[in-house]
Design a binder for this molecule. Structure first.
Ligand code: H2U
Ligand code: ZN
Length: 351
């Protein structure tokens, strides 16, 4: 069944089957004027090495430790970790209203490259593949720790998304519990499989590839779509075409395909407004809690805040904080714009 025309013109709501949350779409409102906050566009760093960068090879970090002269990827324990190794467990519950417990875990930082000026969009596919290998080794070894039940790999790119440094890097937080967003997706995928006997994201990716109007790009093993229920203007999901619970199950060819999809997507993002396009991205992978997670399907979410230019971002305030998320441009028109962009990075030299 095609998407009714009226939905592309009139306010409507769409449902996210992974979180069970609704989003209000107001396509008629996309042209409203903007007199509000204008942010400074993010520039691509000009230098390959920055003596003041705490992630560049050979430099000293804030805590006094010196980075090795690494050549590919480099992983270290976060000097300001949000989670600490397990100590005494304390739980507190006052009439079910004041509820708390100690939480433990491990926080790490992963540098993608020694080159300060690069980003996923400008790293060679082979280098991104090595980053994926590093993530996989971390995911497996952290997940194997007795006290760890989930491993969250995420990248904040750009000051607008809270990144402290333009050097290409990401963080890994491994928890003793399963965090809220992942827990929702675990539940909804399990329930879908129990009810229908098949996988939610296997069905979804097939549906999107059949329709095509929200597909941004694809290769043999991955599809990149602006999800039907996207909240952020140019939000996307990178979804494995084969059913697998985590990156630990990727074949060599699938790893290369994931690197290819990530590079092509982030190049399109940078080309959209000719800027170091800010985003938060991260992977959702089956929890390492010893339970059966056959229904969990490996994917990544990209949540970029920019709306209509490099200077104007979407705010999640007002109705969003009090009711539910809302967007003006439809997921279909966002996908169409991303599809129309080149996969040659605007800052790469013309050969
Ligand atoms: P973000 O850019 O996403 O904030 O990640 C950088 C992380 O690096 C951040 O979590 C850590 C911060 O705690 N960090 C160190 O571990 N050592 C330092 O010397 C500075 C920053
Ligand atoms: Zn650096």
């Amino acid at each position: 069944m095609p998407l009714p025309e009226l939905l592309l013109e009139r306010p409507h709501r769409r449902r996210n089957p992974l979180t069970r949350e609704w989003i209000l779409v107001s396509p008629h409102r996309a042209k409203r004027p903007w007199l509000g906050q204008v942010d400074k566009p993010a520039a691509i760093p000009a230098v390959h090495y920055d003596p003041g960068c705490y992630l560049c090879p050979g430099n000293e970090r804030v805590g006094g430790v010196r980075n090795p002269r690494y050549e590919n990827t480099f992983v270290f324990d976060n000097d300001f970790a949000a989670l600490l190794p397990a100590g005494e467990h304390v739980a507190y519950d006052e009439e079910g209203l004041l509820v708390a417990e100690t939480e433990s875990g491990v926080c790490r930082v992963v540098c993608f490259s020694p080159d300060h000026s690069l980003s996923v969009s400008r790293l060679p596919v082979a280098a991104i593949e090595r980053v994926i290998e590093t993530w996989t080794a971390q995911f497996v070894s952290l997940g194997a720790m007795a006290e760890i039940r989930s491993v969250q790999i995420f990248e904040n790119r750009g000051e607008m998304m809270g990144a402290s440094n333009p050097h290409p890097h990401c963080q890994i937080w491994a928890n003793a519990t399963v965090p809220s967003e992942l827990a929702k997706e675990v539940d909804t995928q399990r329930e879908y499989r129990e009810r229908r006997g098949c996988c939610l994201l296997c069905d979804y990716v097939r549906l999107e590839l059949e329709r095509g109007d929200r597909v941004v790009l694809e290769n043999e093993h991955f599809a990149v779509v602006t999800p039907f229920w996207a909240v952020w203007p140019f939000e996307t999901m990178v979804i494995a075409k084969r059913h697998m619970g985590s990156m630990a199950e990727l074949s060599k060819a699938e790893r290369v395909a994931l690197a290819d999809a990530m590079k092509r997507l982030t190049t399109r993002y940078d080309n959209l407004f000719q800027t170091a396009f800010p985003y938060t991205m991260g992977f959702h992978q089956a929890p390492a809690d010893g339970e059966e997670h056959a229904s969990f399907h490996f994917h990544a979410h990209y949540y970029p805040p920019l709306l209509r230019s490099a200077e104007v971002r979407k705010f999640m305030v007002g109705y969003e904080m009090l009711a539910n998320a809302q967007r003006d441009i439809t997921a279909e028109s966002a996908a169409e714009r991303l599809r129309g962009l080149s996969e040659r990075h605007y800052a790469d030299p013309v050969d």
